[in-house]
Unconditional design. Sequence first.
Length: 447
Amino acid sequence: MITKNSPGETLKNHIARFWRFLTDPHPSVTEVGERRRAQLLSTLSVILSLSFTWALLSRPSALFVFMFFLGLTLTAYISSRTRFYRLGAYIIAFGFTSIAYINIYNGEASSIDNSVLSIVPISLILASALLSQGEFLFLMIVTVFATASVRAYAPAHLINDPAFSYGRTLGVTFSTGFILFGISAFRAASERARLKEAQTVNTELQALTASLEDRVNERTQALALVAEISAATASILEFSRLLQAVTNLTKERFNLYHAHIYLLDEEGKNLNLSAGAGEAGRVMVSEKHSIPLSREQSLVARAARERKGVIVNDVTQAPDFQPNPLLPDTRSELAVPMIFADRVIGVFDIQSERAGRFTESDANIQTALAAQLASSIQNARSFEESRAQAKLEALVNLIGQKIQRAATVEETLQTAARELGNALGAQRVQAVASARARRAVSMQEQN
């Protein structure tokens, strides 16, 4: 939807663009403070030029004075639009101030008081806005000196003027300059403080940005590792191989001290170690290492009970950490539950030999890996159950076929016993038929 500006808003936009055209600094002036001063000089020059033009038209009798002022302001404006804008600031500050003392020296001033007090304070005000603190201080010293030595160069009729008050003129000049210098010093100090604060904030933002970028990169790399591990184990359907591959890859890719997987038993009472990386993992699995789900002093059991990741970045300070002699260098640990269909099926536990190794981001990454692992475990279990069921059905069919080939009851029993014994791995199997069963078989054969 396109909205049109009202005539008033359009006029304001045109005026704003025209004013920017008149006052925007030269492109070579890039520093923020310098651009402000150049723009202020342009603005003041435009306003003063318009004022002196109006005065010139209103009082043609003062042609020389207003033409001189107009010339100064136009020159200052032209300078303000170039990279030499500081020249315009000097013209405004020193040019306007010198007019008062030139008039006194030439005897053209109506009085010393009027010449100094009507021009110098305004000139100092403009100078305090346009010049640097050091430049303004120099102008103030020159102005006070010119006022203090006015008796040395002013004509006698101005000195002897009864309205002339040397002390008042010098006091006003000095007080005005001193007050403006104090304001300039305060403003400069404030600007320095703001600049320092801005630089500090900018430094902190840069550090924060760099930190965020590092964290994003780390998280991206970690997610890529999770995807790599998931892809590498996606084709493994053998249960034990899957678990062992995940622990080995996790330890290697994430540069960990150890990684192992606990699975919850069917009764939901014990977490049995099902796979572990390296030799330590193989030994613990062979020893059938197990942790009761109710055990208080166990990070693994706590992660399963609370259904969320548990981080301990200094195991020496954790009351529920149980040291393992096979893993003596563990300093930090992260345990995350493996949840499938809203049911905890086990815990994925990783360890590092460095204290402070794990963060919440690591917990989120490992939780994502644990979720995918839980799904893969269920798929592997389903595959093994299907394969076992298929083997059982094939075996039953084979035994049935062999039994059907038997010609007598005794041969049938012997075949069934032999095949069942082979299937069950029994060394000896005996089948005995009752006399009633024998008579029933015999009667069926006679019929």
